[in-house]
Design a binder for this molecule. Sequence first.
Ligand code: PLP
Length: 400
Amino acid sequence: MSSIVSKQISSYTERASWIRKMFETGMQLKQKYGNDAVYDFSIGNPDLPAPPAVAEGLKEILKKAGEPFAFGYIPNAGSPWAREAVARHVAKEQGVAITKEEIILTCGAAGAINALFRAVLNPGEEVLVPAPFFAEYCFYVENFQGVFKTAATNPDTFELDLESLEAALTPKTKVVLINTPNNPTGQIYSEKTLRELADLLRRKSAEYGRPILLAADEPYRTLAYDHAVVPPLLPLYSHTIVLNSFSKSLSMAGERIGYVALSPDMPERHELAAAILMTNRILGFVNLPVIGQSIMVAAIDSKVNVDIYERRRNLMAKILKEAGYSFVMPKGGFYFFPKAPGGDDIAFIHRLQEELILGVPGTGFGCPGYFRLAFCVDESVIQHAADGFKKALRHFEPEK
Ligand SMILES: Cc1ncc(COP(=O)(O)O)c(C=O)c1O
């Protein structure tokens, strides 16, 4: 009998069955040994408390809760006063003069990416992404019959590799999607490389006779360490679209508050804004959550205590280094992406599970041979996992 589930989604579930298996093993370990005995570095769910301005914003909402339409539908692009607040915020972050007409509020960065792809992709058009990449991207592209293509990054630094990007561009490339600071590598692409990327895209757009869009997915922008600066992309390239959210900066991932910011230099920006407003609606998002929208505006100038993430990063680096792992120090975000000892990332993640440590194989991010550890967990969890990390590595690389 034929399945009621579509072939495409059935194939996704099959393809991702090892992810499910890992997840199930993690759950079983937690049930057997208790949550606290398992060191869970598998999930990027921001655990830091939201800044106090978030609670203040929520109190203000309560005062108005009895008013008509307090929680009713709002315009598809978000309330004009909230779009204005985000425009001021983006102007500061990106160093460009931008107005609310170039801002569309969305259900998180994930909603922003889907609304953008729905607005611009014709079936068969390509989205080019440097690998490793956030695993959901390929689903987002295929949601709209786009073709997901990847290009390698520098294996020693995970910095963009312009040659490999150029080789992967074709007349069908509609969007180049980059993510900085990067999930899973923690790399922040340098301004020099981004300028070179902008030059490459201008050259190729001229050659193909139509603009290649540069989509910059930046939900980790505020999580940068050692005073690192995340170079703004809107000033660099006229066809840039920034996709961002307050999931990490305000620890509000469950409230689903994000936005699309279109370059004020893009000649087609009003047409594209109207298209994204439409897709945000017809994809069923309709509008972003109203409570989250108000909280976001009240708290827009604050952020979580990034020093805490930085301390955890430093502790994790010390522990991994002492154990003998090979990794690139993350400059931002909250992930490590070390090399998997022995080379087989799935086998290594299984070995880590024997030490009650949960991580994710690099295969899921288009980069076998590595594994991802999320450090949005308490310092004590990182500390207590130290022995397990050592033992797991020794299994594959016995001490000489
Ligand atoms: C690289 C990247 N992009 C987008 C998202 C989606 O974030 P949001 O909660 O803003 O939808 C995530 C979530 O972890 C992410 O890691």
